[in-house]
Design a protein around this ligand. Structure first.
Ligand SMILES: Nc1ncnc2c1ncn2[C@@H]1O[C@H](COP(=O)(O)OP(=O)(O)OP(=O)(O)O)[C@@H](O)[C@H]1O
Length: 282
């Protein structure tokens, strides 16, 4: 596999505040990698360093095989896409006019505008002026712009934070297709269901440090307490630990056909974050 992002002992301080204390991770080509952490944990700061909007105070960050600060160069700019809070859209122009301007900047065919509008479910509203759009619509226009040139690497900072469930699902499907076509995706979120439904691997970020990295399944297994819940036909529910006398109890219930349902007590990503940090994700 080829690393698309390599971050080693990254640090970033703002005056007296350390936004990133010590962050290391690697993202391979073709992955959807999620940075999951509460507000203020350092997610946006990491994206800003990786896209050359900020410079690190210590450690190193490589993107597409080059030091992250080189992502400023125009030769690298068209290799990645970025969605952040700061839309940078022309508010007096329509959605379509904004995207057309962008397509010219990147020498893309006009068909790319239609494709991008479909991606974010905004084709029928393309004539609306940006000044008249809701927060969620602006987020979708910015997303359309970030994927228009089919970048090798896509940075998404809280991509669905302002979206309703229908558009969220639409965008998830689009992102999966884009990823299948080869785009590596780095996304930040504090939404654990988003991380679980989209990401191949997740890093938990807390106070500028990575607390754990793995696939959602690996993390759940690593932090599982190996217990199961058994629901019996009489309506009672039993929490069973991995011990011999508990196994005997289970055997008896099975023999007497008393069992309605058995399931493992898997922790949610939120439970794991709580175990690791003592605090909630939000
Ligand atoms: N330009 C800046 N000047 C001073 N402090 C900053 C600056 N940018 C970020 N910080 C601080 O760095 C820390 C991390 O901020 P960051 O925006 O990276 O967090 P985040 O995880 O993206 O949060 P959110 O989910 O709220 O966007 C915060 O304590 C924030 O106040």
């Amino acid at each position: 596999m080829t690393s698309v992002i390599e971050v080693q002992h990254l640090k970033k301080s703002f005056q007296s505040e350390n936004a990133l204390e010590d962050v290391s991770f690697t993202i391979e080509k073709g992955e959807i990698f999620g940075f999951l952490g509460p507000s203020g944990s350092g997610k946006t700061t990491t994206i800003k360093i990786l896209t050359a909007q900020l410079e690190e105070t210590g450690g190193s960050a490589y993107v597409l095989g080059k030091p992250a600060k080189e992502m400023k160069k125009s030769s690298n700019r068209n290799r990645f896409g970025i969605l952040t809070d700061n839309s940078g859209l022309y508010t007096r122009l329509s959605i379509e006019e904004n995207l057309l301007l962008y397509s010219k900047l990147y020498s893309l065919p006009t068909s790319a505008v239609k494709e991008a509008l479909d991606f974010v479910n905004l084709y029928s509203e393309r004539k609306k002026k940006v000044s008249q759009l809701s927060k969620g619509m602006i987020q979708r226009v910015t997303l359309a712009r970030s994927i228009m040139h089919k970048p090798e690497l896509l940075f998404l900072d809280e991509p669905t934070s302002a979206l309703d469930p229908v558009n969220t699902t639409h965008i998830y499907n689009g992102l999966r297709k884009l990823n299948e076509a080869g785009t590596t995706i780095f996304l930040t979120t504090h939404d654990m269901s988003e991380a679980e439904s989209l990401c191949d691997r997740i890093a938990f970020l807390h106070n500028g440090r990575i607390k754990a990295i793995g696939t959602p399944q690996e993390l759940k297994k690593r932090f599982s307490n190996d217990t199961i819940t058994v629901e019996l036909k009489d309506g009672s529910s039993h929490y069973i630990e991995n011990r011999t006398h508990e196994a005997n109890k289970l055997y008896e219930w099975m023999k007497n056909e008393q069992i309605e349902k058995i399931y493992t007590n898997e922790p949610t990503l939120g439970d794991i974050f709580m175990q690791l940090t003592g605090s909630d994700l939000i």
